[in-house]
Each structure stands twice: as structure tokens, then as C-alpha cells.
Design a protein around this ligand. Structure first.
Ligand SMILES: NC(=O)C1=CN([C@@H]2O[C@H](COP(=O)(O)OP(=O)(O)OC[C@H]3O[C@@H](n4cnc5c(N)ncnc54)[C@H](O)[C@@H]3O)[C@@H](O)[C@H]2O)C=CC1
Ligand SMILES: O=C(O)C1=N[C@H](C(=O)O)C[C@H](O)C1
Length: 238
């Protein structure tokens, strides 16, 4: 598979290494200082693109891929307020893209566990729920994209929560997401249900970035045979 990398920081460089070891070819490594190189890349040279850039760059990168007819797997977080517009742009222009707040298989299993636990808690009002994420200090966005997906999983399945907030809250209907920045944490996400007598915690701890990178490569390969706006559950449930 011929892969165009959009963003060549911590994730882009790791994907370069792992994909090359697996026999794939990297046809471009685009970062903030060489964006002009994009002008010379066409659909004929790349089977797929993988975007791990920055919140401020993701939308432009995705639209560029759609315009070129290059499917794109997007890991960049922090641009969700524009997702509906990008989905519409993709559909209107017959493109292909998938955004995942987290490409690791373990986190996507954790998402399902989180939804099941939230459903069970509808009949257990004695438990108060909170959510916490910990990442390295270079992270630009807060809360993490993964913790937003976790919060949506709770809000869609637990009647007593209607919105999330990225701080402490004393409003019963608000789900707290607490963000901590501690080096060198690759990504830790925890959901806690507490009553006066006990607590239930579910935690996903990434030991490195490898799970994110391997997941993105696998999704990129799958995406070369897909059309339209896809999500991680389409890939996981296939
Ligand atoms: N979905 C997932 O599984 C994961 C998502 N992420 C997200 O991926 C993004 C990147 O993470 P890292 O690699 O750790 O960041 P990083 O800061 O190490 O690298 C970012 C890269 O983007 C480049 N960049 C900046 N502006 C650009 C532009 N206009 N066009 C092209 N490239 C541009 C920078 O030059 C740099 O190479 C973040 O939003 C992070 O939250 C990170 C890990 C896993
Ligand atoms: O910035 C990171 O590093 C990560 N970002 C993603 C997020 O915002 O959820 C995924 C992962 O946790 C690492």
C-alpha cells in the first residue's frame, strides 16, 4: 500500500517505521514546513493518506484528500465542531474518510464496555459517574478526543447525564471530564462510578503509541476498499 503521511510528528514518524517494516511504501511525509510538496502529489501516487497533524490543520488536509480522491484515515483530534460540515463535504464530493478519536483496538473495546456499564447504571442511581484522561504535556487539545467519545457513550446510554463539561461540576446532569497533563503518558482514560460504599473503575492505559499506529495502518488498508464517511465501528464490526 502506498501511504501519504499528513503530519510527521510523534505519530507520523512511528507509522512510517511500522508501515515500512510491514512492506508498505511511504510516498510523502508532510509537516508544517513542507506543505508545498502536496501540490505535486496526485491520486495516482497514493492509495491512502493518514492524518496525524494538528487541530488547526486537519480540516484543510481532509478536504484536500477528498478533492484528490485519496481516502484518508484521520487520527487528529480537536476539530470535532467542524465534523458535520466535513462529512457533508465528503458525501457531496464522493470522497472517503474515517475519523477515529482513538485507533487502538483496546480503546474501541473499552468504548463498548463503557456503553454497557452506563446502561446498567440506569437502575443504580446511588452511583455518581466521573471521567478522567491523562496525557503528555505536548497535547494541544483538551479534553482528549477519546474522552469525548467516552462521554458520548455515557450520555447516550445513561439517562441522568445530558452533557459533558471539561471541569468539575456540581450540576447533576453534567458529566465531568477531568484532564491531567503528565509526561510521558501516551494516553490513559478512566471512568469511575462511586457510591458511599464502593467504586467501580474501568481504565484503559496505553503503554506506548504502538496500538494507535498499528490501528491506523490497518484502518487505512481497509479504507482503500470503502466509500463515503466511515467510522471505527464499521471497521471493528466487519
Ligand atoms: N486517534 C488516535 O488514535 C490518536 C490521535 N492523536 C492525535 O493526533 C494528532 C497528532 O499527534 P502527534 O503526532 O502526537 O502530534 P505532534 O505534535 O508530534 O505532530 C504533529 C505534526 O503535524 C504537523 N503539522 C502541523 N501543521 C500541519 C499542517 N498544516 N499540515 C501538515 N502537517 C502539519 C507538525 O509539523 C507535526 O509534524 C493530535 O491531534 C493527537 O491528539 C494522537 C495519538 C493517537
Ligand atoms: O494527543 C495524544 O497523544 C492522543 N490523542 C488522542 C485523543 O485525544 O484522545 C488519542 C490518544 O489518547 C493519544
Amino acid at each position: 500500500m502506498r501511504i501519504l503521511l499528513l503530519g510527521y510528528g510523534k505519530m507520523g514518524q512511528l507509522i512510517d517505521k511500522l508501515a515500512t517494516e510491514d512492506g508498505h511504501t511511504i510516498v510523502g511525509k508532510i509537516h508544517i514546513d513542507n506543505r508545498d510538496e502536496l501540490k505535486s502529489i496526485t491520486r495516482n501516487e497514493a492509495d491512502v493518506a493518514i492524518d496525524f497533524s494538528q487541530p488547526s490543520a486537519a480540516v484543510e488536509n481532509i478536504k484536500w484528500c477528498i478533492d484528490q480522491g485519496i481516502p484518508v484515515a484521520v487520527g487528529t483530534t480537536g476539530w470535532l465542531e467542524q465534523k458535520e460540515a466535513v462529512d457533508n463535504y465528503c458525501l457531496k464530493n464522493h470522497g472517503t474518510y474515517l475519523y477515529a478519536s482513538n485507533f487502538s483496538i483496546g480503546v474501541n473495546l473499552f468504548f463498548k464496555l463503557n456503553e454497557q456499564l452506563a446502561k446498567l447504571m440506569n437502575s443504580q442511581e446511588q452511583y455518581a459517574v466521573t471521567s478522567k484522561e491523562i496525557h503528555h504535556t505536548q497535547k494541544l487539545d483538551s479534553p482528549s478526543g477519546t474522552s469525548i467519545t467516552i462521554a458520548e457513550g455515557i450520555i447516550n446510554n445513561l439517562g441522568r447525564k445530558t452533557k459533558w463539561v471539561n471541569n468539575e461540576s456540581d450540576k447533576a446532569e453534567e458529566l465531568e471530564i477531568i484532564s491531567e497533563r503528565i509526561d510521558p503518558t501516551p494516553g490513559t482514560h478512566q471512568v469511575t462510578y462511586s457510591s458511599t460504599v464502593d467504586s467501580i473503575d474501568i481504565t484503559h492505559t496505553a503503554h506506548s503509541r504502538e496500538g494507535f499506529a498499528r490501528g491506523a495502518i490497518a484502518v487505512a488498508q481497509w479504507l482503500t476498499h470503502q466509500k463515503g464517511v466511515k467510522q471505527m465501528s464499521d471497521f471493528i464490526d466487519q
